[in-house]
Write a protein that binds this ligand. Structure first.
Ligand code: KG4
Ligand code: ZN
Length: 350
């Protein structure tokens, strides 16, 4: 079954064709990051307008790259939440139009569930993830721990009580006058810095629950910057003291990664499930990948960087399993800016 996936929930306009939930035929991503960079974060109205401009060309490119036409497509899956309302609507209306005119199923996909399914597109892994596993979904908008028992079977074990992990990377990067998105830049600078040079707080570690909190860490970084004159911005808007800059980046990254890794290890201990999937944009982080491998006794799986950040292949892959569970929508399909994954529990254990 060939599914066309469409993703417009945030600042990537993406379309992809995936066969039977695992075989990637095309993957086109048009990122708006450089446009939003000017504002230091995603501007919803600009995101909506850019999706409107790009969605049809991106779908056409995905079909062309897979050497198919709409007539060859068996279903259209669309990211229908969570995300930005206006942005989501562009993808949904495009998918509805295709479904209606071609007479093919319209499959709504939860964006977070999509992130988890990105790992099933990695066909070069020596081993495939087997259910059950723990999923750590960490992106610009989400920081969640789930127990995944099967396709469509999720229990939320913990989540952030304030900022998302990616949001924290982006906000700290902004404080340091670094470009948006902040995660990749902080990852790069951290390699030149000493992660133990500044003791930033590793949050929620004393608590026995599986929630995260990153706003205290962000405030600690702000106070640290404000207290040091070498870290005030020069006239060109940059921080000149590169050694200090690298040390802050590295110490901040260490604190956030430790919180993510230790809580994931606690989730494994509490559930007795030791295989872990990490996904979402922050799963590109090099320290998170290596620390997770060290701390987790089971297997750790993560998609390639291009599949960790927002893409439509994960939506098409997830759409295949949703279709198999009999979940299609009609013309009434609407965007769901807030849509907890716990409401997706319609699956069954394999
Ligand atoms: O999954 P994604 O593309 O979009 C959302 O669904 O939010 O994630 C984007 C986020 C951004 O906050 C970005 O800074 C972060 O992922 N990110 C990283 C890295 N690459 C991207 N964070 C830490 N280290 C990275 N290497
Ligand atoms: Zn995402």
């Amino acid at each position: 079954m060939k599914i066309l996936g469409i993703e417009t929930s945030c600042d990537e306009t993406a379309a992809s064709v995936v066969k039977d939930g695992t075989e990637l035929l095309s993957n086109i991503i048009s990122s708006q990051a450089s446009i939003h960079a000017e504002f230091g974060g995603v501007v919803p109205e600009i995101a909506f307008r850019k999706h409107l401009e790009n969605v049809i060309p991106v779908i056409d490119m995905a079909l062309k790259a897979s050497r198919l036409t709409l007539g060859d497509i068996d279903g259209v899956a669309v990211s229908s939440g969570p995300g930005l309302m206006g942005a989501l609507l562009v993808g949904i209306q495009s998918a509805k139009g295709i479904s209606l005119t071609r007479g093919i199923p319209l499959i709504p996909v939860n964006h977070i569930e999509g992130h988890i399914h990105a790992v099933f597109l990695e066909n070069n892994l020596a081993k495939k993830p087997q259910f059950p596993f723990i999923a750590l979904v960490v992106s610009g908008g989400h920081s969640h721990l789930y127990l995944v028992k099967g396709h469509g079977m999720y229990s939320c074990l913990g989540q952030t009580v304030d900022d998302a992990a990616g949001e924290s990377f982006d906000k700290v990067a902004k404080m340091l006058a670094l470009e948006y998105p902040g995660g990749p830049v902080i990852d790069r600078l951290s390699k030149e810095g000493d992660p133990k040079s500044i003791k930033f707080p590793i949050a929620m570690m004393k608590k026995d629950n599986l929630n995260f909190s990153f706003s205290g860490l962000k405030t600690a970084v702000r106070y640290h910057i404000e207290a040091d004159e070498d870290l005030s911005l020069e006239s060109d808007g940059n921080i000149k003291h590169t050694e200090k800059l690298n040390n802050i980046a590295s110490s901040f990254q260490y604190a956030i990664v430790e919180a993510l890794v230790r809580k994931t290890a606690l989730a494994c201990k509490k559930t007795g499930v030791f295989d872990v999937v990490i996904t979402g944009g922050v799963a590109c982080n090099s320290l998170l990948r290596s620390r997770m491998q060290q701390e987790i006794s089971g297997d750790v799986f993560y998609p390639s960087p291009i599949m960790c950040t927002d893409n439509a292949a994960m939506i098409a892959a997830c759409g295949f399993y949703r279709y198999e569970l009999g979940e299609c929508a009609g013309e009434e399909l609407d965007a769901r800016p807030r849509w907890p994954l716990s409401e997706m529990n319609t699956g069954h254990s394999p």
